[in-house]
Design a protein around this ligand. Structure first.
Ligand code: HPA
Length: 276
């Protein structure tokens, strides 16, 4: 029996399907500093979230909420221009909804990027960390709620959330471009306040290397739906909570997100072309 969520997914994907001319292979979710990837997309169709039945729509006037489908590096991509965060008040399942819609449209690969603070003392602002794993410290989960087997498994496996096979492909792309790539575990929190220094030391002791306020809800929804997932963090600030911890500023975060974002943008065409 179909439940409401399946109906909503089908409505949204039928609407998008009518508007696009090509089958997207990749879903790109862009974090701070990567928004200008949109400028590189050609032959694009732009669909405002508010036109898509059932899509979460922000009421904030400055919020860019568009689904952009077009070509980048010769491959057809679906880009979420405007991301949903728990700290804005979105429910976990609302953040997962667009991923489920993308799956229903036949998309099977997801690249998710974010801005993150460096718990790891060796990480420098402006550098990139590839996610090898994550720890969900939000206390929330997009799969909570009524289940239907059409969504995937009720208890999806998360032991290889960031597929090792694809991590190798990503490493090769950075190596070929001569750009240093670190690897590590992403700790997800809700925010919007930054962590205290004690919290940062705790997150670090838990095994995490970077901390941020996004990504985890999307990745859980994507794994249930059967996506292969790549996660990349733009390291924007030192966040080790040590003796010399400096206060964080949004200006610093955005400046380094933009530096790291350019690096990620430069490897994307090769990633899209070598990930089959
Ligand atoms: N903490 C949480 N989220 C972040 C940070 C941080 O230090 N930097 C960028 N996003």
């Amino acid at each position: 029996m179909e439940n409401d969520v399946i109906k909503k997914i089908k409505f949204a994907s039928a609407y998008i399907s009518e508007r696009i001319n090509h089958q997207p292979e990749f879903l790109l979710i862009l974090g701070s500093g990567l928004g200008d990837v949109i400028d590189e997309i050609s032959n694009e169709v732009v669909i405002p979230y508010k036109e898509i039945p059932g899509f979460p729509v922000s009421t904030a006037p400055s919020h860019a909420g568009n689904l952009v489908v077009g070509f980048f590096g010769g491959r057809c991509v679906m880009v979420m221009q405007g991301r949903l965060h728990l700290y804005e008040g979105w429910k976990a399942h609302e953040i997962g909804f667009p991923i489920r819609v993308a799956k229903s449209l036949g998309v099977g690969k997801m690249i998710v990027t974010n801005a993150a603070g460096a718990l790891d003392k060796s990480f420098e602002p402006g550098s990139i960390m590839m996610l090898t794993d994550h720890i969900n410290f939000t206390g929330q989960n997009p799969l909570i709620g009524p289940h239907n087997d059409d969504l995937g498994l009720r208890f999806p496996d998360m032991s290889d959330a960031y597929d090792k096979k694809v991590q190798k492909i990503v490493s090769n792309c950075f190596e070929n471009a001569g750009i240093k790539l670190s690897q590590g575990i992403y700790a997800g929190i809700t925010g919007p306040s930054l962590e205290t220094s004690a919290e940062r030391r705790f997150l670090s002791a838990s095994g995490a290397n970077a901390v941020g306020m996004s990504t985890i809800m999307e990745v859980i929804a994507a794994k249930q739906a059967g996506f292969e997932v790549v996660g990349l963090s733009a390291i924007t600030n030192k966040a080790d909570g040590g003796e010399d911890q400096q206060p964080d500023t949004i200006e610093e975060v955005l400046e380094y997100a933009s530096i790291a974002g350019k690096k990620i943008k430069s490897i994307l065409p090769e990633l899209l072309n070598t990930w089959y």
